[in-house]
Design a protein around this ligand. Sequence first.
Ligand code: GRF
Length: 206
Amino acid sequence: MDKLRLGVLASGRGSNLQAIMDAADNGKINAEVVIVISDQEKAYALERARQRDIPAEFVNPKAFKARDEYEEVIVELLNRYGVGLVCLAGYMRIIGKTMLTAFPNKIMNIHPALLPAFPGLHGQEQAWRHGVKFSGCTVHFVDEGVDTGPIIIQAVAPVLDDDTADTLAARILEQEHIIYPEAIRRYAEGRLKIEGRKVITLPIGP
Ligand code: GRF
């Protein structure tokens, strides 16, 4: 079967991008990252892509009057590279209609908390401040809300008494690097079925 072509959008250090590229390289997922796009010129994610000779593009949101115009450029790029699944990996922008229409149920995101708890920015710190005993991370399909789309996979991380927001974030990040490639693997195998708010993982076929 042809490899699923991934477009990754990232704003920062790109450790999730790295986990996805590693999983693709070592054959854990039948997919390849074909383009990385960032809204931040200095994002280390772009550097990680270039180190692997993967096209890496900075698209400056400030150059556009409206989000739609900015997203049209992103969609054009993703289509030019034949992207079949868009993966948000630390991408710090809300996804608008233009992208959602161009890639219906084909945009995934990873969030560093157990949604629907602690959506938005700094999910790890929100959970730590709240005093929960368990937090974790969530891979979900993106819809028009912020961190509200149908949940694909979650992983749990315990919160220890001597944690800081940073030590908790590090523990959660380890899980992120496991479940994001796993969600992509299931998608690439055609095993994710969306039923309303629920995402069912179909068994591996014959
Ligand atoms: C991760 O914690 C992810 O869950 C959140 O932003 C962070 C990105 O980290 N959406 P990285 O750039 O993948 O290292």
